[in-house]
Design a protein around this ligand. Structure first.
Ligand code: AMP
Length: 457
């Protein structure tokens, strides 16, 4: 869970990367950074925290140059620590190499062990650093070939943006787990996780980077290669369900439209008599609209989200129970009192969020709550970059639906079927990774787990 954005060929590169990162903030709120090349040296600013907390006029003005790449991070591999903030950069005998990575590699530990045996020293626990080491160790005459041979060693999920002093590289793993697309603004090229960031800066969407494709962009020219043997496409279906922004097009389709289809399908599979359909803002909004359209039951806004909270440091006290939930969402009692409602949720992971929201709704006087979830039960962890906890923390892995219904405290609970979910997608079902719903992992899963697990312990 990370967002990446890079630009080459604009004198405002870093400023535009900054704006791009703003619109990718939903992909990671933990840390952020931008690195540019000012014509003489690499310059950077990175920090824990949000884009709005990290950058200001002063530090942005130092990020000069016509090439810059940025990153917003949600740690999946690598501890939540300032040394792990991306973009990651290193200097080696062939020059500077900077990297922004989204996705999880599944053979990082094997690769790091192999390189440590040969004397490498790693500064971080991030799989992205492994990639820079592989590039530095490659011994082709051509730097582009070094990148290709390094990427050949990787397994798992990666959408990457790399930069040197005058070259920007975009790469997507052969399965295509995570999105990455190409944009253009006044002759400058952009690589980004999601198209909503192109809209913000009035850039044109050119196309998606294809699974297994590497693009090299320099001096206004783009060269594309597809060096890897073909692998089964395994686009992350959870990007459509929860992760990507609804105003983005990913994998060739608008996210809002797909979510609406999921909601429509849910209404076909699990109709219920109710006074209105509502969502828990914002993640369930699009599917709830779909459910309402299909069922003919009106859509209402039953809860209001406070968009201005940022980070809160006040310790919850006995006086203010459920402080974190309450500060974010407040029910509209007048709408809810005495009503039978269908709540459409995008997903249930641990079940704790739904449980506390349902309690809030009960307190507001709702008569009946029928929860409909726009994806199937999540039963298996993700090793390719979505932060799903270990198996034991996934409520649907440990309990049946009746138990979950009672735990959350609703009158009925239904999940969309796997077939229904796949039917709602814009591409053939064989194109998607659905491992979190059926444990069917399309790429090797890690044999050895990250050293972070040891560090965390
Ligand atoms: P919970 O069931 O308490 O773990 O919370 C599930 C809710 O968190 C969902 O309704 C989503 O809106 C959101 N969510 C889904 N997947 C994730 C994830 N990997 N990380 C953080 N939040 C998530």
């Amino acid at each position: 869970m990370c967002g990446i954005f890079g630009m080459i060929g604009s004198k405002d590169a870093a400023n535009l990367v900054y704006l791009g990162l703003y619109s990718l903030q939903h992909r990671g709120e933990e840390s952020t950074g931008i690195v540019s090349y000012d014509g003489e040296k690499i310059v950077y600013h990175k920090s824990m925290g949000l884009v709005s907390e990290t950058f200001n006029e002063d530090n942005l003005s130092l990020l000069k140059g016509d090439i810059a790449i940025g990153h917003v991070r949600y740690s999946t591999t690598g501890l939540s620590h300032s040394k792990n903030i991306q973009p990651f950069f290193a200097k080696h005998k062939k020059g500077n190499i900077v990297i922004s990575h989204n996705g999880n590699l599944t053979n990082t530990v094997e690769l790091q062990n192999e390189m440590e045996d040969k004397g490498s020293i790693f500064q971080t626990t991030m799989d992205s650093e492994t990639i820079t080491h592989l590039i530095a160790r490659a011994s082709n005459k051509d730097f582009k070939k070094d990148i290709i041979s390094a990427l050949f060693r990787l397994e798992g999920a990666y959408s990457l943006i790399l930069m040197t002093d005058d070259l920007m590289v975009g790469a997507r793993d052969p399965h295509g787990f995570r999105p990455l697309c190409l944009g253009e603004l006044d002759g400058a090229y952009i690589l980004t996780s999601e198209t909503c960031s192109l809209d913000l800066i009035d850039a044109k969407y050119v196309r998606d980077i294809e699974p297994g494709e590497i693009v090299f962009i320099s001096k206004g020219k783009l060269e594309s290669v597809k060096p890897f043997p073909k692998k089964k496409h395994s686009l992350c279906i959870f990007e459509y369900i929860y992760f990507a922004r609804p105003d983005s097009d990913i994998f060739g389709e608008n996210v809002y439209s797909v979510r609406k289809n999921l909601g429509k399908q849910l209404a076909k599979e699990y109709p219920v008599d109710a006074d209105f359909v509502m969502s828990i803002p914002d993640s369930g909004n699009s599917a709830a609209v779909g459910y309402s359209h299909e069922s003919g039951i009106p859509f209402e806004i039953g809860m209001i989200r406070n968009h201005y909270i940022g980070r809160t440091f006040i310790q919850p006290s006995q006086l203010v129970r459920d402080f974190r939930v309450k500060i974010k969402l407040n029910p509209i009692k007048d709408v809810l009192k005495g009503k039978r409602v269908v709540i459409v949720e995008d997903s249930i992971v641990r079940g704790t969020t739904s449980r506390s929201r349902v309690r809030t709704l009960r307190k507001a006087g709702v008569k009946e709550i029928h929860m409909r979830v726009s994806c199937p039960p999540i039963i298996s962890p993700c090793y390719y970059g979505i932060d799903f906890p270990n198996k034991e923390e996934l409520i649907a892995n440990r309990h049946d639906i009746k138990w979950i219904k009672d735990f959350i405290g609703v009158d009925s609970l239904k999940y969309l079927s796997v077939d229904g979910m796949l039917k709602s997608m814009p591409k053939a079902k064989s194109e998607f990774c659905t491992a979190c719903f059926n444990g069917d992992y399309p790429a090797k899963i890690p044999k050895i787990f990250s050293k972070d697990i040891l560090e965390k312990a």
